[in-house]
Design a binder for this molecule. Sequence first.
Ligand SMILES: [Zn+2]
Length: 147
Amino acid sequence: MHHAAALWRVRPGEYPRPPALSREHQWDGLSLGHGLGLAAFESMLLHGRQVGPVMSCTIHQVVHVPVTPWDGRRLGKGLAVRPFDLSCLRESFRPYNECPGRMWLLPPQTEDDAVLTDFTTVFDEIHRLRSGAASTLHANSSTQETR
Ligand SMILES: [Zn+2]
């Protein structure tokens, strides 16, 4: 069951970029797998946490979210932050800016287009989702190959 469409304002294409990506304040680009990322942001929204704009790529199946600068905590598997960078990655892991599968998922409140999602809140939410869903994921993953 997925309620994503009801939460986001979808805006195809890259430009104009939402005001959260202002040059006036530092931000980091956090990249997450599509399923995990959207589950985390939707859980945050449903719990009244502020979530800013999210860049979604349907080709690479990732979401890139501008977050408050990374506090230096050790990142878990599948997490990466890059300063001022929301680009998709090629297999060579070099930034790839001309990806055609990208769209903005904007938060429900238009004023939140200027909000940077709080890094610590996302980090904690991902940790919570992973530990809370561990037994379910394990049960479902037995038929899937390990990457
Ligand atoms: Zn992409």
